[in-house]
Design a protein around this ligand. Structure first.
Ligand code: C2E
Ligand code: MG
Ligand code: MG
Ligand code: MG
Length: 286
């Protein structure tokens, strides 16, 4: 790596290749410990209806507070968990915790859980989902599983069977980060998604003059509508982005403009203080 590639000067020397591998091994060990010692927790980000501006659900997002390094992004440690197989246990913990928490929310409010391709490829995954639902008594339609396009990489009978089994349980399915992967339209035809999540890279800056993003968002929305699917615009930060997205017809919005991911205690506190009306207003003013 060269200077100025934005990744930090400590990556200068080839010996750092070694450090990176060493680093990953250390992180893997620490992650194992975190799983045992309650070192992981979930935060919840509100998803708001465009039409009513009320919260319809929350996305569960995994957090790891490393004892020495502080907060490590899931974008860093989830891939390590995938490579090492730890994702199976972590994913099960996430599923059970998210369902248990959501069962305490106001009825009808959904929880969205991210599912990694490795989890999705495991034939035991539907049992994990059913186990979490049974233990929490959460209604299946209140659980939404977020899957990325990469599950279609090994598109085979196993993938189709997994979709049917999950639909059979009655959970909702969302296609996450849409537009960033292969975006083949073929699988939209056959996979039973209830929702498409439009990736933040289209949403952010969409309100800027001359941006082509709004044309893309518009096209995705009309495609989703024709297929009977909802759309969530992810990563809206400003009022301008929010106004544009609502105008483009996305059915749901998730972004800092309405609220950052927050701990379970805050979700409960907001539900108690806000009642149902003006929920989203409460988020915006905070
Ligand atoms: P994702 O599923 O696409 O989640 C959305 C990410 O966008 C979250 O980042 C969220 O905090 C961030 N975000 C939402 N609104 C805004 C905004 O307005 N501005 C900005 N700048 N960011 C916004 P986070 O929590 O860091 O998660 C990153 C990724 O890590 C997730 O992307 C997901 O792919 C993965 N991840 C997180 N939790 C889990 C989990 O429990 N299991 C699995 N397998 N993956 C997870
Ligand atoms: Mg997601
Ligand atoms: Mg996403
Ligand atoms: Mg993502």
């Amino acid at each position: 790596a060269a200077k100025g590639d934005g990744r930090g000067v400590h990556r200068f020397y080839s010996s750092d290749m070694h450090t990176d591998a060493e680093d990953r091994r250390q992180l893997e060990q620490d992650l194992r410990q975190a799983l045992i010692n309650d070192g992981l927790h979930l935060v919840y980000q509100p998803v708001v209806s465009s039409k009513t501006e009320q919260v319809t659900g929350y996305e569960a997002l995994l957090r790891w507070n490393h004892p020495v390094r502080g907060a490590i992004s899931p974008a860093v440690f989830v891939p390590i968990a995938e490579d090492t197989g730890l994702i199976a246990q972590i994913g099960e913990w996430v599923m059970r915790t998210a369902c248990r928490d959501a069962a305490q929310w106001q009825d009808g409010i959904r929880v969205a859980v991210n599912v990694s391709p490795t989890q999705f490829a495991n034939p035991g995954f539907p049992s994990t989902v059913m186990g979490a639902l049974a233990a929490s008594q959460l209604a299946p339609e209140r659980l939404e599983l977020e899957i990325t396009e990469s599950v279609f990489l090994n598109d085979d009978d196993g993938t189709d069977a997994m979709f049917s089994r999950l639909k059979g349980i009655g959970v909702r399915l969302a296609l996450d980060d849409f537009g960033t992967g292969y975006s083949s339209l073929g699988y939209l035809k056959k996979a039973p998604f209830d929702k498409i999540k439009i990736d933040q890279s289209f949403v952010r800056g969409a309100a800027a003059k001359g941006s082509r993003n709004s044309a893309i968002i518009k096209a995705i929305v009309s495609l989703a509508e024709a297929l009977g699917m909802d759309t969530t615009a992810e990563g809206a930060e400003t009022q301008d982005e929010l106004d544009l997205i609502r105008q483009l017809g996305c059915s749901h919005i998730q972004g800092y403009v309405y609220g950052r991911p927050m701990p379970m205690a805050d979700v409960l506190a907001r539900q108690q203080s806000a009642g149902t009306a003006a929920f989203a207003e409460g988020f915006k003013s905070s």
